[in-house]
Design a protein around this ligand. Structure first.
Ligand code: SF4
Length: 253
């Protein structure tokens, strides 16, 4: 039986009951009852039940997790919509304890999504050349990760809500890895890590930042962007030399 039909039956029964008591009472106390109007009661009862309040997904705290557990949490993460379209999560790779540099990019592309590894393909090979030019390698002294661990469709920039959902993983990675310096590549990573959301890449790469008041951090262009704009090779080389002077400070004799 439909809800409104049940309600109509209940009101009819109530009405009949009221008729009965009125008749009983009228014999002893004559009075003229007002017309009974159950419409407001019926409207209240027939109104759909309010939707239960949806609790906001709590910001989980990953600060107690070691690298293995953190990676497991990422692999099973559904905190943002990117989980629906990913093939693999891309956690990070390289030297996981006190590397000279941690490189932070924006997110996996197609090849990274398929392989589960950061910075593979032409942009990754280009990045490896940059690193090698200043004595760095992901095989020995460099760690590489992204601000989001799942591929944004069509390689678009990660959205704010995706970065917000994922950044706790990155912050815990940095805390565990303890790099000597951080190199942010590309605007999304540079903006998230510096907190300068309206700055240009040209202005960000001119400055030296401190992550968590302690780790020197510089920003430069993303290797994929430099492959499309070769005139940015010179400024990138300037940035790499600055990074080299931080991690290998000149010995004063
Ligand atoms: Fe989770 Fe990050 Fe992947 Fe979003 S991008 S589903 S927050 S791991």
């Amino acid at each position: 039986m439909e809800k409104t039909e049940k309600l109509s039956h209940a009101i009819t029964e109530l009405d009949n009951l009221m008729d009965y008591y009125e008749a009983v009472l009228r014999k002893r106390f004559p009075f003229t009852p007002k017309n009974r109007d159950f419409s407001s009661v019926a409207r209240t009862l027939a109104a759909p039940a309010p939707e239960p309040e949806v609790e906001e997904t709590p910001q989980e705290d990953f600060s107690g997790l070691d690298m293995k557990r953190l990676q497991f949490a990422v692999q099973n993460c559904t905190r943002c919509q990117l989980c629906k379209t990913r093939t693999n999560t891309v956690f990070g790779e390289g030297c996981t304890y006190k590397p000279l540099v941690m490189v932070i990019g924006e997110g996996p592309g197609e090849k990274e999504d398929l392989s589960g590894r950061p910075f593979v393909g032409p942009a990754g090979e280009f990045l490896d050349k940059w690193l090698a030019a200043i004595g760095l390698s992901r095989d020995t002294n460099t760690y590489i990760a992204n601000i989001v661990k799942c591929r944004p469709p069509q390689n678009r920039d990660p959205m704010d809500e995706e970065k917000d959902a994922c950044k706790a993983f990155l912050y815990q990675q940095i805390a565990l890895v303890m790099p000597k310096a951080i190199l942010c590549v590309g605007k999304p990573a540079s903006m998230l890590m510096t907190g300068k959301t309206d700055a240009t890449m040209a202005s960000l790469r001119q400055k030296l930042f401190l992550y968590d008041y302690s780790i020197p951090m510089i920003c430069t262009y993303h290797p994929a962007a430099v492959l499309r704009n070769l005139e940015w090779k010179a400024p990138v080389w300037e940035d790499l030399k600055k990074l080299r002077s931080i991690i290998f400070p000149p010995v004063r004799g």
